[in-house]
Design a protein around this ligand. Sequence first.
Ligand code: SF4
Length: 783
Amino acid sequence: MLETTDSANASTSTPAPSKRIEVQSAHTTYTTCAYCGVGCGLTAEVDPCHRAVTIKADPHHPANQGRLCSKGASLGETLGLETRMLTPEAYGEKVSWNQALNTVSDTLQTIINQHGPDAVAFYGSGQLLTEDYYVANKLMKGFIGSANIDTNSRLCMSSSVSGHKRAFGSDTVPNRYEDVEQAELVMLIGSNTAWCHPVVFQRIQAAKEKNPSLKVVVIDPRRTETCTIADLHLPIASGYDVVLFNGLLAYLAEHNGIDHDYVETFTEGFNNALADATKESGSVQQVADQCRLDEEAVATFYDWFLKTPKTVSLYSQGVNQSSSGTDKVNAILNCHLATGRIGKPGAGPLSLTGQPNAMGGREVGGLANQLAAHMDFSDAADIDRVKRFWNTDRIADKPGYDAVSLFDAIHEGKVKAVWIMATNPVVSLPNADKVKTALEQCPFVVVSDCVSRNDTLSFADVKLPALGWSEKSGTVTNSERTLSRQRALLPPAGEAKPDWWIISQVAQRMGFEHAFKYQQPVEIFREHAALSGFENGSEGKRRDFDISAYANISLEAYNDFQPIQWPVNAEHPNGKHRFFSEGGFFTPNKKGQFIALTHRPPAHSPDQPYPLILNTGRLRDQWHTMTRSALSPRLNQHRPEPFVDVHPDDAKRYALQNGHIALLSSAWGEMYARVQVTDRQQQGNLFVPMHWTEQYASHGRMGALVNPAIDPISGQPESKHTPVTLRPFRAEWYGFILSRHPLSPLECAYRITIKGDGFYRYELAGMHPPEDTTQWLTTLPVS
Ligand code: SF4
């Protein structure tokens, strides 16, 4: 619910929203979507008596301007209590909040006393609100004194963060969504935008209808739904983006396509980057051969880029999730810097983040190698600054474990306690069976989540019920730097509490009462805003992230908060749309940096016994590990089972047909999936969706297969390139069950659970049929 009392700390200096919109009428509340990084605004009509919410698009929100996708529109179907965690539990027993919080704080403190602060860790999520994230980061880095806090955003966009920092000196997104409507050329690189960021796709589609000369180039090994609007699709060989963009840089130089004024005035490193690019890529023909592309198609792409000043590059997980993800990002940024196409209307690079608040996490320092407010461990002055601001003598002074290394450290017994917040690493991390073993062995596992069951909760010693999307109140930041309010629609489920409250209560019990006295999210937001402006610009060092205009925001203004692109400070009271068109980079000499790049092939090559390359990704109508989206019968209709896309030649080679069940295996694990034979897939390449968990599929966790190699700079795993093989799973029996009630997990090799409208469907297959099927069916346990 919206807070109703004003604050003593209120100020009249908070910027007035540019367009004032009522944020709550009798039954309508303005909020933001729970799902992807587009960050759409929603209106919610609430019937509190029936816990019913009707969702519509917010016509005023700058991200979507009245648009919505299938996931956002179905949010109202996901708010029931049947899967919610309603009370705290410790060691299998229901306990009071006081007991649960004491158990967490006492055990963490005991482990810290015995083994030091680096023996404990937090693992968070881009689902957390900024206020939650800020408090978690402050407790771990500022007061426990370790930087062992990382987040599932590491799996999503940490290569973009490190690419931005290398090129710009800061993690700054230079452009905004509106630029796709002003561009003449839109490049979609490693992004199935149609399914993963649907409203951005709708905006491009509408722009193309309005301006038929707008060209769209899709660079993706798969022919995805996004290609339906492509004028040119480059089905690049997996992992070869640096070759393609090095080739583009060389081509631009050769064809008089460099903006020498911009390069000389605002950047450095161009000559080295060009020398490496030229040496690396060779002729257009050589680039095409290396990338396994048609030469004419590459030449067309280069020619369009050369001749189109208004070019926007949107890129996503296909670029980031790679052992050379940071280099791929910089290869794209090099071409934008070389042409001065950055931070201009209709021209610039824009990384699309996966999660609703991945950007908020970046702002508060949710990654283990960051400090808060875009400050860094690499600068002793930053560490000292944050230490003084938080008034602590325990601040961490070096980066902690990134996601993959963190679970390795748990596996090795170096980290003895982990607190997992709003994420499901047993499904989503690479080499996920090893993550399972790590959590099994870990002496103390805390999970705070809003659901009662998921694959990770099975390993929790303490389970803490957190508020769900419809109950939370705070702020989020989307891919284009727009800050928005997420507002509570419904009362808490059972005894569920806000994440910021849970973390603050543990912090207080650990002896840090003075620093964690928060009573409401606005107090945390004020502190976060104040830190962003604290000594920002001192000693000539400005930081990009600055929302200091909100350092004294009143409760009323916080409740009334309207979407705005940061920075929001004395210089930019109404926000700022774009960066870097006139230089102003955040490097020590204020110059943008070209990065000289050499192609590095993926960490593991396909070879016997794993001759195929596995790609993984999102579906249109599921989200992450399905804890929310699989509650919607409508969304479950889109793709009800985990599948594997197989090229017709590979299907023939492996004796597979449409509808068969295949067993995929890699050096790390196995999964079953239903075969879809399709020429959208390149020969030698497979694709599986990332979503299925043990809750919904007996053996459908793609993470079990995935290569744990990481990018050496960003720590992001190579989720798009795992050597695998596959073979038919020849079951002795197949069947399905329709039930009015959910059934407890059924023991058989292939079991898929699909929630329908008023029923549950179970797709089954196995090796040993029950001797008495009738008896088996009538004794199935109801969940
Ligand atoms: Fe939600 Fe993303 Fe769809 Fe917008 S595009 S409604 S943020 S899932």
